[in-house]
Design a protein around this ligand. Structure first.
Ligand code: GLU
Length: 396
């Protein structure tokens, strides 16, 4: 991100105290893959327990505009439990887990229908994706979900995502869609996550308690100090309070995704972000691809080794994926999605990557042409053994 100095001293030796660097606030139009998270209170009228149709239609108009200029948009929408509890006639107040699961089962149908109709009216196809914690945290399932989202985006459909609340029990659930949306954003390699909220952004203190509280327009790094502000910011009352939003910011920005918290209580909230309405931006110094490569290259324990021939080693260095044809040896016990070391024929590590096949299948297709994969395995598979997006090369 480019920076500009707020105060310019013009002298040869500027006083470091006086040169305050202010990060440039990004513009909505610079982003190409955007996750938009919508909270229940924005979408569902609590008193009536009904969907706010006019609000949804206006938001979808904004989404259609982003989609129309070629951006991929993914929606993470809450509201299943809020809609379902009315349809089931459940009493107000906290619900028992089983009741909220039942409410989600009923409400999710209405929620998905509402999104599908609203998007359809703008000529956009919607796809429903329900995720559990395991789908985002377990590598094999993570890769499957990632591919599904990528396919939907490639076909210009908009995934409408929620937690699969009907099967998610307390130990294995997100419970809030802020963190879920952050994981979706990293999984989809989104460059921006927009959290539409019932507040304009992060304040220096809870605005209802402190008249001097000011909106923080940009957070360059999620530090302990930022987390401390959020901890006190009236977050305990609602599931998606400021605390989970800051956690979302940490997840997103570590993965190379920018995040913005914006006021969703208005009509056309995305158009307002584009028009620079007050909100809080959380910046990342990285990009999803760089962050993913750092993660693959540095933090994963390898489960096996694939040895590649000289031609494949050269192809990898020039930015190509690893095809089965270039693999001469496969060692270790690993599953699809695990991290393996890639070595050349002299035994030197050339990089690491997430392998698209488990050990048994990798052994069967090594040295063979990708065209033969279906015949060799009895089922079609990816042409690449390790896709270049899933690979970090040494020294790259
Ligand atoms: N997944 C829940 C629902 O759709 C909402 C979770 C949240 O409010 O963050 O009702």
């Amino acid at each position: 991100m480019k920076r500009r100095a707020k105060s310019s001293t013009g002298s040869a030796s500027p006083d470091p105290e006086r040169v305050s660097q202010v990060a440039e606030i990004p513009e909505l139009r610079q982003f190409n893959r955007i996750v938009v998270k919508v909270g229940s209170s924005l979408l569902v009228d609590r008193a009536a327990g009904a969907l706010k149709q006019a609000w949804l239609d206006a938001l979808v108009e904004d989404i259609a505009q982003l989609h129309g200029r070629g951006a991929d948009v993914l929606v993470v929408s809450s509201g299943a439990i809020a809609l379902g509890r009315t349809l089931l006639g459940l009493p107000k107040g906290a619900l028992k887990l089983e009741d909220s699961q039942a409410a989600a089962a009923v409400g999710q149908i209405s929620l998905a229908r509402a999104w599908s109709h609203a998007l359809h009216a703008r000529g956009i196809v919607a796809g429903q994706v329900l995720l559990t914690l395991n789908d985002t945290e377990e590598r094999r399932r993570y890769l499957n979900a990632r591919e599904t989202l990528a396919r939907l985006s490639a076909m210009r459909a908009i995934p409408v995502i929620n937690e699969n609340d009907t099967v998610a029990t307390s130990e294995i659930r997100y419970g809030d869609n802020d963190r879920l949306a952050a994981r979706v954003a990293t999984m989809a390699s989104a460059d921006l996550l927009v959290l539409l909220s019932d507040i304009e952004g992060l304040y220096s203190a809870p605005p209802k308690d402190d008249a001097n509280a000011r909106l923080i327009p940009v957070v360059e790094r999620v530090t302990g100090a930022i987390e401390a502000i959020a901890g006190g910011a009236a977050s305990e009352h609602s599931r998606g309070g400021m605390r989970t939003k800051i956690e979302a910011a940490r997840i997103a920005t570590q993965a190379g995704t920018h995040m913005v918290i914006a006021d969703g209580r208005v009509l056309h909230p995305l158009a307002r972000v584009a028009a620079k309405a007050p909100c809080t931006w959380f910046l990342t110094p990285s990009t999803p691809m760089q962050a993913r490569k750092v993660w693959i290259g540095g933090t994963l324990e390898t489960k096996g080794v694939v040895t590649v021939d000289a031609g494949a080693a050269r192809a990898l260095k020039s930015g190509k994926s690893l095809l089965p044809a270039g693999v001469v040896r496969v060692e270790g016990v690993f599953s699809r999605g695990d991290c393996v070391a890639i070595r050349d024929e002299h035994g030197s590590e050339v990089g690491r990557g997430l392998i698209a096949y488990d050990a048994l299948h990798a052994e069967r297709i090594r040295g063979r042409n990708s065209r033969d994969i279906a015949a060799l395995l009895g089922t079609p598979g990816r042409a690449e053994m390790i896709h270049r997006d899933d690979m970090a090369l040494d020294g790259a």
